[in-house]
Design a protein around this ligand. Structure first.
Ligand code: URA
Length: 440
């Protein structure tokens, strides 16, 4: 039967499911002639936002988007794993996880992105290391993965190109926040990368796309189902984004913090979180039991193996590997200002979205696609959620190129941090873990 996009729009608008064939044709028309007009795609996206898609439609959309470009196949002598975060503030886990997991015998070819809105991106963080190259050719990427077992590079244009076009359209038509569309966007890229074991870090809270547990669980359920339909082993960890992850936000600052963990500072909340995730991924890849893998991750850090591997990865990608032993070489911006508590109490709220936006004002992120980043800009927190503070205690230090940027960010940061008279209830960083298998 001939394909008509208007028929797809009508069906989705009326909550009638599309056939697999219709979804394949729709995705084909995003990147291949005859192209579907963008206004018609936008209308369909909006219909999806209002009416949703069935699980079968979401899986079909994910697979069709996966197949819209190159799909990678690894021929290596060990398990291949990948990790994805749905986007957060202060999230430097990839920098810590990749060298630990690679040192544990698992290949980790990682494609990452740049910052988006108030959320940071791994590629920007790595580029704060002098000389570091994130644009690797497919051959360079493969060679490095074979030799070092980990590489972190910019997503190539050939991987899931339908998502690239659709995402740009969603961004300007207010159709980003649809759970089936987010699932298809993320999983099409993950499945195209070809890893057998996938760990998804689904952020929940004010600083995340998913603002509540129910939505995060639904997104995780759909992503696990898509992975399962493609024969992949997948785990989704729901993690709290009602506070930034770790104590630093900003590119060079976050690399410094990540290097601290790799050099043995694992007692922090960030350190413990990364060891848990690394253990989970090693376990998923069949290296040992969950307990063995958690201990192995700890040992890999303690022996210095993870720091060494990170240094090798930086060196292979043209960066200055000495920053692993001397993180102070990562320059911070020249203006700094410390904010102090105006009253005594407990840190009862840290609105991570606002903290992320303040870091953008300081220069750590982009306001428009063309903006360049000030790698040394950002925020170092001196307190975390639940800490007790006295009046005048340091809350955080801001770094920026200009005093005026500090002024702008200061107001935002003051409003983002709540000091309360009562101790707030404890909130674990990991809220829930879901796995392919029984729950999908
Ligand atoms: N990240 C993606 O890659 N896609 C989305 O839709 C949301 C977050």
């Amino acid at each position: 039967m001939a394909f008509h996009i208007t028929e797809c729009i009508r069906k989705t608008k009326n909550k009638q499911p599309l056939t697999n064939e219709e979804i394949r044709e729709l995705v084909r028309g995003i990147t291949k002639e005859p192209l579907i007009e963008e206004y018609q795609l936008a209308a369909w996206l909006m219909a999806v936002c209002f009416q949703g898609l069935t699980d079968a439609e979401t899986a079909a959309l994910t697979m069709a988007m996966r197949d819209s470009g190159q799909t990678m196949h690894w021929d290596l002598d060990g398990p291949v794993a990948d990790k994805h975060s749905t986007g957060g503030v202060g999230d430097k886990t990839t920098l810590i996880l990749a060298p630990i997991v690679a040192s544990g015998g698992v290949y980790m070819p990682k494609m990452s992105g740049r910052g988006l809105g108030h959320t940071g991106g791994t590629i920007d963080k790595l580029e704060s290391i002098p000389g570091f190259r994130t644009a690797l050719s497919p051959d360079e990427f493969l060679k490095q993965v074979r030799e070092i077992r980990c590489a972190v590079a910019m997503q190539t244009g050939d991987l899931a190109p339908a998502d690239k076009k659709l995402y740009a359209l969603r961004d300007v038509t207010e159709t980003v926040d649809s759970i089936p569309l987010i699932c298809a966007s993320i999983m099409s890229k993950k499945l195209a990368t070809g890893a057998d074991h996938i760990l998804l870090d689904v952020k929940v809270g004010s600083g995340a796309f998913m603002k509540n547990d129910a939505d995060a669980r639904e997104l995780a359920r759909l992503m696990l189902a898509a992975a399962k339909a493609d024969g992949k082993d997948c785990t989704a960890v729901l993690t709290d984004m009602d506070r930034p992850l770790g104590m630093c936000i900003g590119n060079a600052l976050e690399v410094r913090e990540a290097v601290g963990v790799l050099n043995g500072e694992t007692d922090s909340e960030l350190g413990q979180f990364c060891l848990t995730l690394a253990g989970e991924l090693l376990h998923q890849a069949g290296i040992g039991t969950a307990e063995q893998c958690r201990s192995m991750a700890q040992e890999i850090v303690e022996t210095g193996a993870a720091a060494d591997r990170f240094a090798r990865m930086i060196g292979a990608q043209g960066g200055d590997a000495s920053v692993v032993r001397h993180p102070e070489k990562l320059k911070l911006s020249r203006c700094e200002r410390t904010l102090t508590a105006q009253q005594a109490g407990w840190i009862a709220g840290m609105q991570s979205e606002e903290i992320g936006r303040a870091s953008v004002l300081l220069g750590a992120g982009r306001m428009t696609k063309k903006d360049s980043i000030d790698f040394g800009a950002g925020i170092r927190l001196h307190v975390k959620y639940g800490d007790e503070v006295g009046r005048g205690d340091a809350l955080l230090t801001m770094y920026a190129d200009k005093e005026s940027q500090l002024d702008e960010a200061e107001a935002k940061l003051r409003a983002a941090i709540t000091v309360a008279e009562q101790k707030p209830e404890e909130r674990p960083l990991i809220r829930e873990i879901l796995r392919t298998g029984a729950d999908t």
